[in-house]
Design a protein around this ligand. Structure first.
Ligand code: GLN
Length: 290
């Protein structure tokens, strides 16, 4: 892409031109992406953009904008280009070492917050913590809770540390590396609540994304056989680490909800329930240790 092609254009023309260059598939939002990338290149807010739409694009910003569009055209998600993603009203740092937090996962956070007393000293663990979206949102909203988190990926641990220090500086959740809950078990930890957005894509879905050149880590997506391998192990380990009456919350896909309910029942969990996501798909399952 010729970075000079934006020279002398008004900001609104630059957004229009960017929009016409970006991918426009059924799940893409080229207009919004172009606007966000232009604002990022100029270091201005969307409000400032709307006030200055007729101004002309400075040359240095035009070059940054062209580079950002190129990255988007090559398939990089906007969140990786910006380096952050908003989740639960907080700005999370992200990089290609972690999954980009999804709005659907906010429903898991909502459900936990509305189901348990805010002022009790509850002990919570978020497994497969990635960037820290779930654990850090919970710690931010509930200072009385003792939140910890773990992930098998050290790269994710680094991102988690940056987010915890920035977003909950007075009480950053403890983080440790762990294959699912193995290290938590070795540490003989016990929890009132365990949450997880584990990898749950099926082998076919994983393959499809690899073919598309998906930029997020497959480690965070690949759920093994039927997408349920990790969920099976996790639910079984969680049953050992939960206090009696403690809760497990798991995010998964709609067509996995029935299998998860059966699995949790077999493992001895009670009070099984499922919550739907923003698109009306069964997304979050929970069960209670008797
Ligand atoms: N919902 C995510 C996606 O479809 C999958 C997240 C996961 O495997 N934990 O990209």
């Amino acid at each position: 892409m010729n970075p000079r092609q934006f020279q002398g254009l008004s900001l609104s023309r630059a957004v229009q031109l960017g929009r016409s260059l970006l991918p426009a598939g059924p799940y893409d939002s080229p207009g919004l992406d172009a606007l966000i990338l232009l604002c990022h290149s100029m270091n201005i807010s969307k409000e400032q953009y709307y006030a200055r739409m007729q101004d002309s694009l400075p040359q240095a910003a035009g070059e940054l904008y062209a580079r950002a569009l190129e990255r988007r055209i090559s398939g990089e998600p906007v969140a990786y280009i910006l380096g952050f993603k908003e989740f639960y009203g907080l700005e999370f740092r992200v990089n290609p070492g972690v999954l980009i937090p999804r709005p659907d996962t906010e429903i898991l956070v909502d459900w936990v917050l509305e189901s348990h007393p805010a002022d009790s000293p509850l002990v919570i663990h978020d497994c497969c913590s990635g960037s820290g979206a779930i654990a850090i949102a919970l710690a931010h909203m509930r200072p009385a809770w003792d939140v910890s988190a773990s992930d098998i990926s050290l790269a994710a641990g680094e991102v988690f540390g940056v987010n915890a220090a920035a977003l909950v500086p007075t009480s950053p959740p403890l983080w440790f590396q762990s294959d699912l809950l193995e290290s938590a078990a070795q540490r003989e930890m016990k929890f009132h609540i365990i949450t997880a957005n584990p990898p749950y894509l099926t082998p076919a879905e994983t393959r499809e994304r690899e073919l598309e050149g998906w930029k997020e880590p497959m480690l965070a997506l690949d759920g093994g056989e039927k997408g349920l391998d990790l969920i099976q192990r996790l639910a079984s380990q969680a049953h050992d680490l939960l206090e009696p009456g403690g809760w497990l919350y798991i995010e998964a896909a709609d067509d996995q909800a029935d299998a998860i309910e059966k699995l949790l029942k077999t493992l001895g969990y009670a009070d099984l329930e499922c919550k739907k996501d923003l698109a009306g798909m069964k997304r979050i399952s929970r069960g209670r240790k008797r």
